[in-house]
Design a protein around this ligand. Structure first.
Ligand code: SAH
Length: 265
């Protein structure tokens, strides 16, 4: 049998945040390899009782690939379940290349990234008209170095929204980079641990000055998203520039402008 391997985004943790398509694939999967504890519930909830389910924690990349190839020889549908969206920090290319070389079909089903889940949990927006219209998804260097030009200090100089993955144990480094880029000590910073996890989510709000201490007090040491953004807390501001999309003077594809003047896009 020549099965197909599906790289499925499980979403950020809440099993209900997988896509309908991803769940459908799990429901007919003969074998599921899930990436650690973050996504085990989706795997065990939706996969058939007689499917082969394995945790990839503790497996090397070569072992993962070998397992997927072996299962694709036995089952029509093999699912590699990844946290959030498979295209972000998911070693997708490293897994896909040997599968393709072995002649195995594969495809990717997107998922809700933890960056979006963290913003949602805290009721924050990542973009706001006339404040920032750009979101940078990044990390600080750990064992994986940052390519030249992508140091957080350089990215932070844009003063856009920063969603910082894999870095909560390196908060001192985040603080240093934002300071070097000129962010003020009272710049708001948000940290969300286990965003969307029923009963386990932790939301920590602080400033550039105190976010590290606050996270220490809350004992946050893993599975957390850091969001630094000039939009944080905007729902409490006195004035915000109204989104042009809802401005009556702004016509778009679905609605004609109610004023003829000033209605250019
Ligand atoms: N592909 C994933 C990211 C994997 S890298 C995605 O799209 O979300 C792992 C990092 O993602 C963690 O270090 C943490 O920064 C973040 N992360 C994953 N799940 C999370 C969650 N439920 N809440 C907060 N951060 C999470």
């Amino acid at each position: 049998m020549a099965g197909k391997v599906w790289f499925v985004g499980a979403g950020p943790g809440d099993p209900e945040l997988i896509t309908v398509k991803g769940r459908g694939l799990l429901e007919r999967a003969g074998a599921v390899l899930f990436a650690g504890s973050l996504v085990d519930r989706a795997a065990t909830l939706y996969a058939p009782d007689d499917s082969t389910i394995r945790d990839s924690k503790g497996m090397t990349l070569d072992e993962i690939v070998a397992w997927l190839i072996e299962q694709a020889a036995r089952h029509e549908t093999v699912v590699r379940l990844q946290t959030g969206d498979p295209t972000l920090y998911g070693a997708l290319v490293e897994m896909v290349r040997p599968l393709a070389a072995a002649g195995i079909e594969w495809a990717v089903i997107p998922g809700v990234s933890s960056a979006m889940a963290a913003a949602a949990a805290a009721g924050e927006t990542l973009t706001l008209p006339e404040v920032t219209q750009t979101v940078i998804l990044t990390r600080v260097a750990g064992r994986t170095p940052m390519p030249p030009g992508e140091e957080l200090e350089a990215l932070a100089a844009h003063r856009t929204t920063l969603c910082i993955f894999l870095s909560v144990t390196l908060l001192h480094e985040v603080q240093r980079a934002l300071r070097a880029a000129g962010w003020p000590e009272d710049a708001p910073i948000l940290v969300v641990q286990k965003a969307s996890w029923p009963g386990q989510e932790k939301i920590v709000r602080g400033t550039l000055a105190d976010i590290k201490r606050r996270c220490q007090e809350e004992k946050i040491a893993a599975q957390a998203m850091i969001i630094a953004s000039p939009t944080l807390g905007a729902r409490h501001w006195q004035d915000i520039a109204r989104s042009k999309l809802y401005d009556p003077a702004f016509g778009h594809r679905f609605r004609r402008a109610s004023l003829t003047e000033g209605s250019s896009s």
